[in-house]
Ligand binder design. Sequence first.
Ligand SMILES: [Zn+2]
Length: 365
Amino acid sequence: MAITVHLPGPFRSATGNQAKVEASGESVAEVLADLTRRYPAVKALLFDTRGEVADHVCVFVNSRDIQTLQGRATQVNEGDEINIIPAMSGGAPAPWTDDQIKRYSRHIVMPQVGGKGQRKLLNAKVLLVGAGGLGSPTAMYLAAAGVGTLGLIDADVVDLSNLQRQLLHDTHDVGRLKVDSAEERLNDLNPDVQVVKYPTLLTSDNALEIIKDYDIVINGCDNFPTRYLVNDACVFLKKPLVDGSILFFEGQASVFQPGKGCYRCLYPAPPPPGMVPSCAEGGVLGVLPGIVGCIQAIEAIKLILGLGESLAGRLLLFDALSMEFRQMRLRRDPNCPVCGDTPTITDLIDYEEFCNGVGVGVAAH
Ligand SMILES: [Zn+2]
């Protein structure tokens, strides 16, 4: 029977630029085999050298990961859709001042926030990894909303090529440290906010020390070693992680809550070096990080206020070209090397080495 297979941007060069194609079969294995018969170039993107679905690629039937079903033996029926999703490169309270009452009035009038919620926001400490494309909207909206302490980690200086999307920085900031221009912007926006600057690379040596002081971590990094480092550090310190990533016209966002799964449950291993281009190599649409960063900011505020249902347990996918949001269900993997039942990684590792293709001990996916 004919099954629709949705393909991510990086795979579409292999399908004549089609985002979805038809393939036939009674099981996931048969559909994928038919897919690679019709589009042979998909094979190298989808499977590893053992002929298994590569560790950095997840396959979903409708919104369910086949790992939670019967793997590649999962049966498919007429009308089912297969989604192929690869990994992609945040004492007694002081009395309110008149200015604060006015500044936060649109929050304070909402029964779901109120003065109590606004106080929670002012007392919250959120760490942003990266003051770039994703970090810009996240930091600006959190500062505007009155999140009292914002930590910013970024070792870079502002480059002219950043300004197409990184709204924290201005043309006259080119050459300055990003954390310095970000601090100026955020303090202009809201003087209530204390900005804590870390003009350094996050490493296995400093990550635990920095992250331990924060309530929530928001990941807006642009590389796989940092993405895995932040994930592992948050697992070890039991910190909620709001993850986001972008490439070309597509974005991903999720929330990882302590004890309920992590980024490695989704992607046990990074793609081989060079397979997934960075934004610098592959490009990224200017507005895209605004969408994904704002989603991260909303998720952080919901966590602080204890409101609604977070993205925990779900992977949100955004495709700007089709203007579609889709969601995949995520689950904690009991075999996860960091958050599983018997973790094999219990301390931070060398993430450069792990991401350069010599990672060992990762579960097949
Ligand atoms: Zn995990």
